[in-house]
Design a protein around this ligand. Structure first.
Ligand code: DAU
Length: 342
């Protein structure tokens, strides 16, 4: 099988390629990545060195580029991890989110149809459902996104639905929960806080920290996507989550413990996401579990080992946090809250 994985220089995509190389060594894997700010060549160093993975530099919105890769390498299936993914950045400007997450998906769907590929897996998010005070999102929950990021992901989901209805394009959707693990760009809660605390810097907790997220390790998330690629029914969506509902305060406690830092480094800031801040995510995953997938990782030990990974892999994240573009965003977004503590 010749598989094209888009967005594999990013966080979950890179875990997916590593998993595929391990458990499906006879597959040929092609990677397409634009190497935008959060995509990192060093993240792919191990699997690009193994000879079974071919790298292509480019954007998923580029019809000519994607068509050339598909036709030139007899690609059978595509899994799309490429996305702009950070809610806070989308609240500063949402345009690039629509380009990647809506137009990019539309382009991939067209290439899949024009070349009669066997399958297209679109990796989406539980955030398309919005927020839920009680109970759980199922795949039947109407979508009601609350940020420019989640709205752009929902647009991609709807394009998938429309292409399936209109052309019977063989598309399957996954909707994953909050994902953590090694190689996550240090802008999301866990790697942002871990890297700042390791450096002895202050961390900005939004509001009172009572928001609840459902956490899943990147390796479990990647295994869920592979399971959907191989077993999912076309035209269907599958939630990929674990039962780990935790408040941000609970996550913070483990971060402080593992980095040996104290509460004095925590600043409770006015919530920068304001009305767009979802209070709680929780997903039912029975549909995918009925196909034989289940998460394997225990939450607290794997959260601790993730923080330890950041302690031991400064050479991966230090160049990122020292990059002027990274620092410019941190200053722009958090400057008014943290002032001299930036
Ligand atoms: O649920 C899946 C989604 O999870 C993915 O689709 C998104 O791509 C991913 O970014 C994540 O979205 P969140 O907005 O939930 O993740 P984030 O790590 O940005 O924030 C998690 C929680 O932590 C949220 O309640 C906001 C809070 N937070 C975050 C940051 C960056 C803070 O209190 N302080 C911070 O500095």
């Amino acid at each position: 099988m010749n598989l094209l994985v888009t967005g594999a220089a990013g966080f979950i995509g890179s875990h997916f390629v590593r998993l595929v190389r391990r458990v499906r060594p006879d597959w040929t894997v092609h990677v397409l990545d634009a190497l935008t700010y959060s995509g990192n060549g060093t993240t792919m160093a191990d699997f690009l060195a193994d000879g079974g993975v071919m790298f292509h530099h480019g954007r998923i919105e580029d019809h000519t580029k994607v068509t050339e890769i598909v036709q030139g390498n007899q690609i059978h299936q595509i899994v799309n991890f490429a996305a702009e993914s950070h809610n806070d950045r989308s609240l500063v400007s949402g345009s690039s989110f629509l380009v990647s997450n809506a137009m990019g998906v539309e382009n991939l769907l067209n290439v899949v149809r024009e070349n009669q590929l066997q399958r297209f897996v679109q990796v989406s998010t539980d955030e398309v459902y919005g927020t839920i005070a009680e109970g759980q999102f199922t795949e039947e929950t109407p979508i009601a996104p609350n940020t420019p990021y989640s709205a752009s992901k929902a647009a991609g989901d709807l394009q998938c639905r429309a292409h399936f209805k209109a052309y019977k394009t063989p598309v399957v959707l996954t909707r994953g929960g909050n994902t953590f693990g090694p190689f996550q760009y240090p802008e999301k809660l866990i790697p942002f806080f871990a890297t700042r605390l390791i450096q002895g810097k202050h961390v900005p907790l939004y509001g009172d920290g009572s928001q609840i997220r459902e956490w899943i390790h990147a390796e479990d998330h990647a295994a869920g996507v592979l399971h959907v690629l191989e077993n999912g029914l076309v035209g269907e969506a599958y939630n990929i989550g674990d039962v780990n509902e935790r408040t941000n305060l609970e996550i913070l406690e483990v971060l402080l413990e593992e980095t040996g830092r104290g509460q004095e480094l925590v600043i409770n800031i006015e919530d920068p996401r304001k009305g767009a801040h979802d209070a709680r995510y929780s997903m039912a995953t029975d549909k995918l579990q009925a196909l034989g997938w289940k998460p394997e990782k225990e939450f607290i030990p794997s959260l601790r080992s993730t923080i330890q990974w950041y302690r031991e892999n400064r050479d991966w994240w230090e160049p990122i946090v020292q990059d002027p573009q990274y620092q410019a965003f941190v200053k722009q977004y958090y400057g008014k809250y943290l002032g001299d503590l930036l």
